[in-house]
Ligand binder design. Structure first.
Ligand SMILES: *[C@@H]1O[C@H](CO)[C@@H](O)[C@H](O)[C@H]1NC(C)=O
Ligand SMILES: *[C@@H]1O[C@H](CO)[C@@H](O)[C@H](O)[C@H]1NC(C)=O
Ligand SMILES: *[C@@H]1O[C@H](CO)[C@@H](O)[C@H](O)[C@H]1NC(C)=O
Ligand SMILES: *[C@@H]1O[C@H](CO)[C@@H](O)[C@H](O)[C@H]1NC(C)=O
Length: 260
């Protein structure tokens, strides 16, 4: 049977409306091995997943894919989730993230990339994340480089933890200019301090012995995070973490205090 162009258009329209078309925008199920609830939380932790889950509900607000073997965060699939507030990717096999990875996640407030195998963080990787409040980037044993401007656009960032990586230096000139930053976790990195002019080294020299303190995992894990409007409950970081106070972003006048 030969369809007229009008009928074809109608057919496509119905396919589209009925959700029969395989467009990701219309999938409404729950991914294989994941549990989805009415609060738009998708829980896929510890399922031996080797790939980012398919067919995520578009309205997902919290996505937990921790404790899997996922090696890649596909930008296209991830960025359909424009309402995502909370993303836990900890304890996977991620080796690479870039500016396009999080390109459309403007509501994301919490991001956990700890316990992965990231090698470096490039410029603007977190640039699109205008609402990011807490970023956990710990325990990536080969992470040796973070671009000076990697976080410079994250004006909402309050807590950044880069503990237990392989960092020898960190240019903090853009970090100390972040208006909301109140905690920076630095412990357990092989800091190289032959650089009197760098702010970070100033901190290390002032508070050097405290940098080697290992953060209590239990306490770190129990730092619950609630998405907005519960952001106010964001718990204080551990005592080993440095709190930076800057003299209006001036490089020369950095002071460091350690929370009691
Ligand atoms: C990572 O996930 C694996 C598999 O679920 C688990 O056995 C292991 O304890 C987890 N490691 C951490 C540090 O959470
Ligand atoms: C950490 O970095 C050093 C070079 O600074 C390198 O030799 C070493 O292999 C790195 N460690 C890991 C686990 O990648
Ligand atoms: C730190 O980064 C800023 C901005 O990219 C740059 O202007 C400055 O020279 C860097 N400082 C050092 C010590 O590398
Ligand atoms: C930063 O600059 C503003 C305006 O120039 C000033 O009101 C404020 O006191 C300064 N803050 C510090 C910590 O110096």
């Amino acid at each position: 049977m030969r369809l007229l162009p009008e009928s074809l258009r109608l057919l496509f329209f119905f396919l589209f409306v009925m959700g029969v078309a395989p467009a990701p925008a219309l999938t409404a199920g729950c991914p294989y091995r994941c549990v989805c609830d009415e609060q738009l939380v998708v829980q896929c932790a510890g399922q031996d997943l080797t790939r980012f889950p398919n067919d995520l509900p578009l309205a997902t607000r919290q996505l937990i894919i921790s404790n899997n073997l996922i090696g890649d965060l596909p930008a296209l699939q991830l960025n359909y989730l424009s309402d995502l507030v909370y993303l836990d990717c900890s304890n996977n096999s991620l080796t690479e993230i870039s500016e396009s990875t999080f390109g459309n996640l403007r509501k994301l407030a919490y991001l956990d990339l700890s316990f992965n195998t990231l090698l470096q963080i490039e410029d603007r990787t977190f640039g699109p994340l205008a609402s990011l409040v807490m970023l956990r980037l710990t325990d990536n044993p080969s992470l040796g480089e973070i671009h000076p401007d990697a976080f410079s656009e994250n004006l909402a960032l309050q807590v950044l933890d880069v503990s237990r990586n392989n960092l020898t230096s960190l240019n903090i000139s853009s970090l100390i200019a972040l208006p909301a930053l109140r905690s920076l976790g630095l412990s357990g990195n092989p800091w190289r301090c032959d650089c009197d002019t760098e702010d970070l080294c100033l901190w290390v020299q002032i508070e050097g012995y405290k940098f080697q303190a290992s953060v209590n995992e239990e306490d770190a894990a129990s730092q619950d995070f609630s998405p907005p409007p519960e952001l106010a409950y964001l718990q204080s970081p551990e005592s080993e973490e440095l709190v930076a106070s800057s003299n209006n972003g001036s490089d020369s006048a950095v002071s460091a205090t350690v929370k009691a």
